[in-house]
Design a protein around this ligand. Structure first.
Ligand SMILES: Cc1cc2nc3c(=O)[nH]c(=O)nc-3n(C[C@H](O)[C@H](O)[C@H](O)COP(=O)(O)OP(=O)(O)OC[C@H]3O[C@@H](n4cnc5c(N)ncnc54)[C@H](O)[C@@H]3O)c2cc1C
Length: 415
C-alpha cells in the first residue's frame, strides 16, 4: 500500500466499522476501512444473527448483584466471571456494580432500543438489496421451563413494550403449537413479533460491497500500529502497510479497543464477553423460530441447512481459548429444550469476544481532547442489532447533524 490520504479512516472491519463505512461512503465521503485480519472475522463472524430490539438490556440490570456474586463462584453458570487479581477486572466490576440502578438501566434501554430499531429498518432495506444475507422477520420466541424464567421474559416485554417493541405473553400450549420442535413441558414465554435475523458474516460482506460500490476502499491485513497526535488532532496513523492521513479517524476495534485506546491516553474499559456458537446439522424436528432458552441464556437460530446454538458470557481479556466444559454445558442446556441426537455432530465451533463496557452501553462520539478522533466501540451483546443505526449516528455526528438518540448515555468520554 502507498501512503494514503482520505476523508475518513475507519479502523476495524466488523459490523460496526463496515456499517459506518457504508453510511459515510453513501453520503459521498472518501472512506478507507482497514482491518488487521479479514473483513468480518472478529466478533461479527459467528454471532447468533439476531436483530432484536427487545434485547436492549445492558448487562448490569438492577437485581443482577446477587446473581453476579453467584456466577463468580460457579464456572458452570451461563454467565461467568473468572476470579482474578487483575486491576482492570476489579475496576470494571466496580463500574459494573455502580451501573446497576433502575435510573441508569432505563436510560440505557431507551437509547439502545432507538439504536436497534433504526438499525432494523436499515437491515430490511439491506435484505432487499442483498438477498444472500437471508434477512428474515420471523419474530423471536423466549421460552422457559421455570416460573422465574417466565417472569424474566415478561419483565423483558414490560421494559420495552412502550418503546414500540410489540410482544405477547404465551402459555405453554401456545408455544407448543407455534414451535413443535420444543420438548414439553414448558411453562410459558413471550413472542416478539417484529424481531429479525440474518447471516452475520454475510451482512458484513454486504456492507463491504456498499462501501466499495460507493467508491470506498477496504484494506485487509492492515494493522493500526500507532496514532500520531499533533496538538489536539490525529496527524496520521501508522499501519503495518504504511501511513494514512485522514480528516477523521474512527475506531471500531471491538474487544481490542482497550489497549489501543491506552496509546491515546483514553480510558476505554472494555473487556471481552466470550461466547461460543456451534453449527450443527438440521434436527429431525428443525425449529422454525429463533429462540432464547431463558434460564439457560442459550440462543437457537434455525438456518437453511443447519442450526446455530450460541451461549455463555465469560468475562476475559483477549483470551480466545475454548473451554470444552462450557461448550458441553451449552449442548446440555439446549438438549433440555430440543430433541438433539445423542451423537450430535458439531460442524463448526467458534468463540467470539463481545466488546463489553461496564455499564453495558457502547462508547460513541468524538474524543474530548482529540478533535478528529471518533470512537464507536463496546457494543456488547448487540453489535449486530445496533450496527447500521450506529453507522447513521456516527455519520450524523461527523457531519455535525443532530443525533437521533440521547448522546449523554452513549458519551465516549464517560469513563
Ligand atoms: C456467541 C455470540 C452471539 C452473539 N449474538 C449476537 C446477536 O445475535 N445479535 C447481536 O446484535 N450481537 C450478537 N453478538 C455480539 C456481536 O457479535 C458483537 O457486539 C459485534 O460483533 C461487535 O462488532 P464490532 O464491529 O464492534 O467488533 P468485531 O466484529 O470484533 O470487529 C472489530 C475488528 O477490529 C479489528 N481490529 C482490532 N484491532 C485492530 C488494529 N489494531 N488494526 C486494524 N484492525 C483491528 C479486528 O480484526 C476486528 O475485525 C454475539 C456475540 C457472541 C460472541
Amino acid at each position: 500500500m502507498e501512503n494514503k490520504e482520505v476523508d475518513i479512516l475507519i479502523v476495524g472491519a466488523g459490523i460496526i466499522g463496515t456499517s459506518i463505512g457504508a453510511e459515510l461512503a453513501r453520503r459521498g465521503a472518501k472512506v478507507c476501512v482497514i482491518d488487521k485480519g479479514s473483513v468480518g472475522m472478529g466478533c461479527s463472524y459467528g454471532n447468533a444473527g439476531w436483530m432484536t430490539p427487545c434485547f436492549a438490556m445492558p448487562l448490569p440490570m438492577p437485581g443482577m448483584l446477587l446473581k453476579s456474586m453467584k456466577w463468580l463462584l460457579d464456572p458452570e453458570s451461563p454467565l461467568y466471571i473468572k476470579p482474578s487479581l487483575s486491576l482492570d477486572l476489579a475496576s470494571w466490576l466496580y463500574q459494573f456494580m455502580k451501573a446497576m440502578n433502575a435510573h441508569q438501566a432505563r436510560r440505557a434501554v431507551d437509547a439502545l432500543v432507538v439504536l436497534s430499531q433504526k438499525s432494523l429498518t436499515e437491515y430490511e432495506k439491506l435484505g432487499q438489496k442483498y438477498p444472500e444475507i437471508h434477512f428474515q422477520q420471523k419474530g423471536l420466541l423466549m421460552v422457559s421451563k421455570t416460573a422465574s424464567g417466565v417472569a424474566a421474559a415478561v419483565d423483558e416485554l414490560n421494559y420495552v413494550k412502550d418503546l414500540g417493541v410489540p410482544g405477547k405473553v404465551l402459555t405453554s400450549e401456545d408455544i407448543q403449537q407455534m414451535e413443535p420442535a420444543l420438548k414439553s413441558p414448558l411453562l410459558g414465554g413471550v413472542y416478539f413479533s417484529k424481531e429479525s435475523m440474518a447471516e452475520p458474516l454475510r451482512v458484513v460482506q454486504a456492507l463491504s460491497k456498499e462501501i466499495t460500490s460507493h467508491g470506498g476502499e477496504i484494506i485487509e491485513n492492515c494493522e493500526l500500529k500507532e496514532i500520531i497526535i499533533n496538538g489536539n488532532k490525529v496527524e496520521k496513523v501508522l499501519t503495518s502497510q504504511g501511513e494514512i492521513r485522514a480528516q477523521t479517524v474512527v475506531m471500531a476495534t471491538g474487544s481490542w479497543s482497550k489497549s489501543l485506546a491506552q496509546q491515546m491516553r483514553l480510558r476505554v474499559p472494555i473487556l471481552g464477553g466470550k461466547g461460543y456458537a456451534m453449527i450443527v446439522p438440521p434436527l429431525a424436528q428443525q425449529p422454525q423460530y429463533p429462540m432464547m432458552l431463558v434460564e439457560k441464556k442459550i440462543a437457537i437460530t434455525p438456518r437453511e441447512n443447519s442450526l446455530r446454538i450460541a451461549g455463555t458470557l465469560e468475562l476475559v481479556d483477549q483470551d480466545f481459548s475454548i473451554t470444552q466444559k462450557r461448550v458441553e454445558n451449552i449442548k446440555k442446556g439446549a438438549r433440555e429444550f430440543l430433541h438433539l441426537p445423542a451423537d450430535l455432530q458439531v460442524q463448526e465451533l467458534w468463540a467470539g469476544l463481545r466488546p463489553c463496557t461496564p455499564d453495558g452501553v457502547p462508547l460513541i462520539g468524538f474524543h474530548k481532547n482529540i478533535s478528529n478522533l471518533m470512537l464507536a466501540v463496546g457494543h456488547q451483546m448487540l453489535g449486530l442489532q445496533s450496527g447500521t443505526g450506529t453507522g447513521i449516528l456516527v455519520a450524523d455526528l461527523i457531519e455535525g447533524k443532530t443525533p437521533f438518540v440521547d448522546m449523554n448515555v452513549l458519551d465516549a468520554n464517560r469513563f
